[in-house]
Design a protein around this ligand. Sequence first.
Ligand code: CS2
Length: 519
Amino acid sequence: MQINIFLCKFKKNLNTHTIPNKMPNSLYLNMENIEAIKENASTPLFDRDQVKTSIAHIGVSNFHRSHQAYYMHNLIEKHHELSYGICGIDLLDSDRKTYNVLKDQDGLYTLITKDATSVHKPKIIGSIVEYFFGPENPMAVIERLANPDIKIISLTIAEDGYHLNEITGEFNQKHPAVAEEVINPFNPKTVFGYLTQAFKLRKLRGLSGCTILSCDNIKDNGDTMKLSFLNYVSKNEPDLLPWLKSNTTFPNTMVDRITPVTHHKDLDALKNDYLIEDQWPVVCESFTEWIIEDNFYKQKPNWEQVGVQFVKNIAPYQNMKLQLLNAGHSILGVLGTLHGYKTVQEAANDDDFILFLETFMDLEVTPTLVDAKNKTIEEYKTTLISRFKNPNINDSLSRICSESSAKIPIFILSTLDIQFSEETKDFNHIAFVIAAWCKYNDGIDDQGNPYNINDSISNTLIRMAALSQQNPIKFLEIKSIFKDLSNHSVFTEKYFKYLSYLRTHNIKESIINFNANLI
Ligand code: CS2
């Protein structure tokens, strides 16, 4: 089978077109201009032609580019580990922009790190040395994933990308993309279809397996990936199952670095201040963490050199991060949007919101956590609040609130599950947040401005929130989110009280009175 070479390695870019209003002396970001760009940015101090690819990453999001690709860049540059180049892969039509930009820029992009008081010198990241786009050439993607040079297939496919039915724990075979690829398996639509075809080839050709490394914000992300994938294979390609079980591993990971959506003004600042024309730079905070369970297929990579931590058990680290940071984000997202705030930092600089969040973390989350070594929970919480307050990050609440139906169960309802199992009843804040989320789905803030509900089940959310105006239990009856929560009388009593208060008071007043124990 032939791989389309053009899609594989980046070619030297001979892009000489001009665009209107081009700043004098500004340069397009590509290999052709990299020497000149050196003046204004840190550029890769390694020969990208010498870099070998052993990682295929599916989902070349902003987060992948601020996190894993950044670690691999440092590994190659500082430690001369030339075998850790990344082959970026996207599978969705909606990712075409990434494909076009990375192709234009020879896989290069700028990382702009912003602390509370300073913006670092731009860093051009060079670790993505190949890129494949599934909709353009699905067989090329399958072949690349089947190549034994690829030792690690990592993923950021988002919280809703795992297609597991929350209630049954079964893979959702009825998902339209799955139904489509089952009929036409050589033109897969989901990551599961692609991986199945790639591993069938590895098995057929007597090749080795590899590590599948989920880097999404979900609890036990490796275990979840394993469950989804093996369940998919048992339904669609059962003969492959025994081989997969003995030739793949799925380490759990904890990934952390706040990475907002890139704004036009980031492109403009890069062009005006540094004379670099990057069509899609990535902005992030300087804090970064990557903790991985030591469960690799054959060889564990030597990533400690760039700060990756390997641990036996991810649970304390992932729970601390998901239940504090991600939950904190969702809370500021929902409450802040209702008030009319637009960014995390605006909400985090409102003392009433922060008091609410800190009390939630102290009373309702902390007792459910086990201390993670090297970092106490108290230290983590303090750092977190200053990360949220970072005035330079400009992280939009609309990013935080997108796909809340997949996020809130992982980030917030998981704390409730632990509370229920331990028979504690400290969930006033959670009940308040869920009631506020119901109101959030009305789609109008306290200043009278409408906003969009960006969620794959937005129709259900909006309908059930509307029905809850008459019958408040309705919102809790979305089983895919809340399971049996509507039957929990202690919880529903609190939720009803808060929802009725929130429907008649604005969010700011509600938070103030909640904080003062007046509701
Ligand atoms: C955010 C995360 O998506 C979200 O709601 O909470 O993207 C968060 O910024 C990252 O997990 C930080 O590591």
